[in-house]
Design a protein around this ligand. Structure first.
Ligand SMILES: Nc1nc2c(ncn2[C@@H]2O[C@H](COP(=O)(O)OP(=O)(O)OP(=O)(O)O)[C@@H](O)[C@H]2O)c(=O)[nH]1
Ligand SMILES: [Mg+2]
Ligand SMILES: [Zn+2]
Length: 314
């Protein structure tokens, strides 16, 4: 009998939860899956298809099948390897809240750049619109629709905008991604009743999220499709992207790039930069440009931070 193939629902330190024909089994990755992968922190991610063996207690994960796509980032400030967050997804819903926690354009732009890099369709969901300040929703929406990115407005408490969100999740494999406390689990609980995912309690003294969800989990939707609920993120750094490649991860810069004096302009320090001019002229959001420069600094610290000391004497 051939080994069964299943979809990974959850990855723990030593055990992987795999859905095989609607049944959840726990399996342990074979040591060989880690070989030759020193650049990657984890060989298996939620959303992966894996082949499991029939014998053993627990049974082994023999093999990870080829991925259609995945979302990755630098594992952490202390671990430079690539961490694969999720695999084989049709769409990423970037859940941003407008208050508690407040909207971060820097974090949003980093994740959207990662979606371009990894070829994942993205939708921005502005949740907690009940808490938005006057004009805030409109301003953010305008910036992101200009990229262009689809922007939805939701309130998990009143149910506003949930039908539109659910319609995009139907029959798709999607992932909810964003900062802690934005309302990812609350939205998913409303859209798929019965999941009973733990939701955070936010007191008025605590306006940042509390990291209520502690591991990613792929939930099956009754209407068809799957959605991965993920733990809230703090920092997001793209793994192994060069400065030249970064420019192309901001599609809204593209129409202005042709006005740059230099074809390989990094839009940083060069004279006659079409992108910098567009920001000055109000045609391009300053927040987008700031996010780009912030990411560029990380990639080429040698250019961004010129050393003060004179060159060594020869
Ligand atoms: N006012 C308001 N509160 C909301 C809304 N959506 C969620 N919340 C509240 O925000 C808090 C955090 O929601 P969660 O769903 O736990 O947030 P999360 O994104 O899953 O957070 P992590 O699991 O930590 O990543 C809860 O107290 C929710 O009730 C909304 O649209 N409006
Ligand atoms: Mg959660
Ligand atoms: Zn330029």
């Amino acid at each position: 009998m051939a080994n069964p193939i299943g979809r990974v629902l959850r990855v723990d330190a030593k055990v992987v939860h795999v859905d095989i024909d609607g049944e959840t089994v726990q399996a342990t990755p074979r040591g060989t899956l880690f070989e030759g992968k020193s650049e990657q922190k984890n060989p298996i991610a939620v959303g992966d298809f894996v082949e499991v063996g029939l014998d053993g207690d627990p049974i082994p994960v023999e093999r990870v099948l080829g991925r259609r796509n995945y979302l990755g980032r630098v594992a952490s400030a202390h671990d430079p390897r690539e961490q694969v967050l999720v695999a084989n997804v049709d769409r990423l819903f970037l859940i941003g809240s407008l208050s508690k926690p407040g909207f971060s354009s820097n974090r949003t732009d980093r994740i959207l750049a990662a979606c371009v890099w990894h070829e994942i369709e993205a939708t921005l969901v502005l949740n907690k619109i009940d808490l938005a300040a006057e004009g805030e929703v409109e301003a953010i929406t305008e910036t992101y629709r200009a990229i262009p990115i689809e922007v939805l407005h939701t309130c998990a408490l009143t149910g506003q905008g949930l039908d539109e969100l659910a319609a995009r999740m139907k029959d798709q494999v999607s992932v909810f991604y964003g900062p802690s406390g934005a309302g990812k689990s609350t939205l998913l609980n409303r859209i798929q009743p019965g999941l009973n995912i733990k939701e955070g309690r936010i007191s008025k003294y605590w306006s940042q999220g509390k990291h209520t969800t502690s591991y990613s989990y792929l939930h099956r939707l009754d209407m068809g499709g799957f959605t991965i609920d993920t733990p809230g993120i703090r920092a997001f750094r793209l793994y192994d992207v060069s400065a030249a490649e970064l420019r192309d991860l901001f599609p809204d810069f593209e129409p202005f790039q042709k006005n740059c004096r230099y074809q390989n302009c990094s839009h940083d320090h060069e004279p006659d930069c079409g992108v910098a001019d567009a920001v000055e002229g109000g045609q391009l959001a300053a927040s987008r440009y700031a996010s780009y420069l912030d990411m560029l600094d990380e990639i080429q610290p040698d250019l961004a931070y010129q050393p003060e000391e004179p060159p060594p004497e020869l």
